[in-house]
Write a protein that binds this ligand. Structure first.
Ligand SMILES: Nc1ncnc2c1ncn2[C@@H]1O[C@H](COP(=O)(O)OP(=O)(O)OP(=O)(O)O)[C@@H](O)[C@H]1O
Ligand SMILES: [Mg+2]
Length: 272
């Protein structure tokens, strides 16, 4: 096994990155995949969603794991990895990650600290999903440097905005300078309102942006059901399994699985 590493990134806040990491992680686990979620955000939102309400009081988080790597100790056992009842593993994020991010400035190979950590756990998983903070700072650069793919949740009206260019530019820079294997595997629309939720929304977006960006077919509706999952302490697949949101995240899971299969057959061809 050698995990597909996927960063869920967008420097715009509140677009559904953490919600996607949780539900996509749960969806992949339901398909029998071995999944690890990393909370790479000092806010610890994903950690809270996963039921640990006080991430800043946890003794072991990704901040400790990254600090160990900075000190040259790549751990062989991984006490920071926790197991979730929905059959995936995760590493919590906490405020300590802010200190790690600031400290990275003075560290050798500062862009690849997270990659070194991920390399030490990669063989145990099919998919590793990284929940990025809303910025393009050092932690996000670390996430992108460690990833095979970037998955970008975006609101339709934001696709044309300047910030999208900035994100794509950052990905291109990282590909050129640090991680040639990085690719944007998909941009998908989130928080799409009922009124706009027409079949042709993806077609329109594909016509307009499809040449520049790989637009996925999945559209995540704006629904209170998704806003409820944090308080409910369960993924959408347990919270409202037959609803539109669960169906949308099931579709996203399928699209991501297809991307993973494609990558595996590509690397099998290369090693032949
Ligand atoms: N499709 C959706 N419909 C309605 N509400 C949603 C949807 N997806 C997420 N939310 C809610 O919107 C808020 C932001 O979502 P989330 O935390 O996943 O975004 P984020 O991109 O991770 O934010 P940040 O940039 O702060 O990390 C949360 O309260 C979440 O419950
Ligand atoms: Mg988040």
């Amino acid at each position: 096994m050698n995990a597909n590493v996927i960063a869920i990134a967008n420097q715009k806040g509140g677009v559904g990155k953490s919600t996607t990491v949780y539900n996509l992680g749960a969806g992949l686990a339901m398909e029998g995949k071995k999944v690890l979620l990393l909370d790479v955000d000092p806010q610890g939102d994903l950690t809270k969603m996963l039921g640990l309400r006080k991430p800043h009081e946890l003794p072991l988080t990704l901040a400790n794991a990254m600090s160990d790597v900075i000190e040259g100790n790549i751990p062989s056992n991984h006490p920071e990895i926790m197991h979730h009842p929905e059959h995936f593993d995760f590493v919590a994020g906490s405020r300590g990650l802010s200190a790690v991010e600031v400290g990275l400035v003075n560290v050798m190979s500062r862009e690849t600290i997270l990659k070194q950590y991920i390399d030490s756990v990669k063989r145990n998983y099919d998919y590793i999903l990284l929940d990025c903070r809303p910025s393009l700072g050092m932690l996000v650069i670390n996430a992108l440097s460690a990833s095979d793919h970037v998955l970008i949740p975006v609101q339709a009206e934001y696709l044309a905005a300047e910030n999208m260019t900035e994100l794509v530019g950052t990905v291109q820079n990282i590909r050129r300078q640090i991680n040639p294997g990085l690719n944007i595997c998909g941009v998908f629309l989130t928080m799409v309102n009922e009124t706009k939720f027409r079949k042709d929304v993806v077609t329109t977006v594909k016509t307009e942006f499809g040449r520049r960006l790989p637009i996925l077919n999945t559209v995540i509706p704006a629904t209170i059901r998704l806003a409820e999952i944090s308080a409910a302490g369960k993924s959408i697949f347990l919270h409202e399994p037959r609803g539109r949101a669960a169906e949308a995240y099931r579709n996203l899971t399928k699209e991501v699985l297809e991307i993973g299969d494609k990558q595996r057959s590509k690397s099998a061809n290369l090693s032949r």
